[in-house]
Design a protein around this ligand. Structure first.
Ligand SMILES: [Zn+2]
Length: 77
């Protein structure tokens, strides 16, 4: 009789582990690992690295702040 109980508990344990693995296999959040959310760019004036989202852009150059953006005159073609 104890052998049956052993197999019942074993099946239960396997089931619980299987459910745990199923939960872990859920798709991750909407974060795409191929596209870095915080790509770093360097300031054209001082070289400071800032997140692209926070950098100021002018003439395809990035700046860490408005002051440094104004420090470099815009290029004229
Ligand atoms: Zn700067």
């Amino acid at each position: 009789m104890s052998r049956i109980l052993f197999f019942v508990l074993l099946a239960l344990a396997v089931y619980l582990v299987w459910r745990l693995l199923q939960k872990k296999q859920l798709p991750p959040d909407a974060v795409n690992p191929n596209v870095p959310r915080l790509a770093m760019v360097s300031c054209a004036t001082c070289g400071l690295h800032v997140p692209r989202d926070e950098a100021l852009m002018q003439d395809e150059r990035f700046f860490c702040c408005e002051e440094h953006r104004r420090a470099v005159p815009p290029t004229r073609d």
